[in-house]
Ligand binder design. Structure first.
Ligand code: NAI
Length: 331
C-alpha cells in the first residue's frame, strides 16, 4: 500500500478531501493516508501554520495531496502554500487547462498548460515599510530558477507531444528581472529544435487568451504572472471548481487545486470536489496507480458530461455528497 500525505486544509478543504478519499477507496485503490493538518487552527495550537511534521511527512512519502489553506490577507502569517513550495523546493507549478465535456464555456478547443515558476519573483516575500506612506517589495529572478523552469516547460512539451512554448514576461518594463527570465528561456529553447519557441508580453497574452485561447499550448511564466494567468485560464474551462494543479520538485510532488478555501461556502456541502479529484487522479498516475486513476477519471467525466448531477458552481443543484455518490455509482 502506498503512503501519501494528505493535507485537508481548511474552509472547504476537509469536505472535498473527504469526498476524494471516498471515491479513491470506492475505486479499490488502497492508499495509506498520512493526514497532516496545517493552517490557521494549527497556528493557534502549535504556534505555526506549517509545523515541521507536515514537511517531514511529505519528505518521507515524496508525494502529497493538498486541499486549500486560508491565508490571512494583508497581515498575519505567511502563506502556508508559498512556504511549502519554498521549503520542499517545489519549483514547477503545472496547471493544465483543457475543456471538459458537459461544462459549457465561451470557448471550445482550449488545451493549454501553464508552467509557473514557483519559488521566487515577488513571492519571495521580501517586503518592507519604508515610511508610513511607502512600502516596498523586491522582485527576485535568478538564472538558476529561470533555466530550471524553462527546461521543465520544454521537457513537458516534448514528453506530452506539445508543439509550442510561449515565454511570458513584461520584459519591456522589468528589463533586468524579466529580461533575465527571457534570456534563460531563449538559451533552453535552442536545445529543443523540434519545439517552436515564442515570446509574448503578459498583458497582450491576457487579451489574446480571452479572444483566441486555442492558439496557446505551453506557457512558461515567472511566479506572479503565472498565478494570475492560471486563474484566467481556469475561467476559460469552467472556473476554479474544475482547475487542477501540481507542484513538482526534484524529490517531492504536491498535488493541489488552483482554487482557495472558499470560506463563503464552507461547511455547506456545496463545494465542487472536481478540482481536487483531478489532482488526485494525477497523483495516482504519479505513484503508478494508473488503472485506478483511469477508472475514476472516466466516472468523473461521465458524470460531468451527463450534466444531471452537478454542483452549484457548474449550474447544478447537487450537494458535494450527491455529486460524490454519483461518481461512485458510475465507477
Ligand atoms: P477561492 O478560490 O477560495 O474562492 C473564489 C470563489 O470561487 C468563491 O466564490 C468560492 O466559493 C468559489 N470556489 C472556489 N473553489 C470552489 C469549489 N471547489 N467549488 C465551488 N466553488 C468554489 O479564492 P479566495 O476567496 O480569493 O481565497 C480564499 C482563501 O483561500 C484565501 O485565504 C486565500 O489565500 C486562500 N487560497 C489558498 C490557496 C491554496 O491553498 N492553494 C490558493 C488560493 C487561495
Amino acid at each position: 500500500m502506498k503512503n501519501v500525505t494528505l493535507i485537508p486544509g481548511d474552509g472547504i478543504g476537509p469536505e472535498i478531501s473527504q469526498s476524494v478519499q471516498k471515491i479513491i477507496s470506492a475505486a479499490g485503490v488502497e492508499i495509506n493516508w498520512d493526514v497532516q493538518s496545517a493552517g490557521a487552527d494549527v497556528a493557534q495550537k502549535e504556534g505555526t501554520p506549517l509545523p515541521q511534521r507536515v514537511i517531514d511527512s511529505i519528505k518521507k512519502n515524496k508525494v502529497a495531496l493538498k486541499a486549500p489553506v486560508t491565508t490571512p490577507i494583508g497581515k498575519g502569517f505567511r502563506s502556508v502554500n508559498v512556504a511549502l513550495r519554498k521549503e520542499l523546493d517545489l519549483y514547477a507549478n503545472i496547471r493544465p487547462c483543457k475543456n471538459i465535456d458537459g461544462i459549457k464555456t465561451p470557448f471550445d478547443g482550449v488545451n493549454l498548460v501553464v508552467v509557473r515558476e514557483n519559488t521566487e519573483d515577488l513571492y519571495a516575500g521580501i517586503e518592507r515599510q519604508i515610511d508610513a506612506d511607502t512600502a516596498e517589495s523586491i522582485k527576485i529572478i535568478t538564472r538558476k530558477a529561470s533555466l530550471r523552469i524553462a527546461k521543465y516547460a520544454f521537457d513537458y512539451a516534448k514528453n506530452n507531444n506539445r508543439k509550442t512554448v510561449h515565454a511570458v514576461t513584461k520584459a519591456n518594463i522589468c528589463k533586468l528581472t524579466d529580461g533575465l527570465f527571457l534570456e534563460c528561456a531563449r538559451e533552453i529553447a535552442q536545445q529543443y529544435p523540434d519545439i517552436e519557441y515564442k515570446e509574448i508580453l503578459v498583458d497582450n497574452l491576457c487579451m489574446q487568451l480571452v479572444q483566441n485561447p486555442q492558439k496557446f499550448d505551453v506557457l512558461v511564466l515567472p511566479n506572479l504572472y503565472g498565478d494570475i494567468v492560471s486563474d484566467l485560464t481556469a475561467g476559460l474551462i469552467g472556473g476554479l471548481g474544475v482547475a487542477q494543479g501540481a507542484n513538482i520538485g526534484e524529490d517531492c510532488a504536491v498535488f493541489e487545486p488552483v482554487h482557495g478555501s472558499a470560506p463563503d461556502i464552507k461547511g455547506q456541502n456545496k463545494a465542487n470536489p472536481t478540482a481536487l479529484l483531478l489532482c488526485a487522479i494525477n497523483m495516482l498516475r504519479h505513484i503508478g496507480e494508473t488503472a485506478g486513476a483511469d477508472r475514476i477519471e472516466k466516472a468523473l467525466y461521465s458524470v460531468l458530461a451527463q450534466g444531471r448531477v452537478l454542483t452549484g458552481d457548474l449550474g447544478g443543484s447537487a450537494s458535494t455528497d450527491e455529486f460524490t455518490d454519483e461518481i461512485i455509482k458510475q465507477l
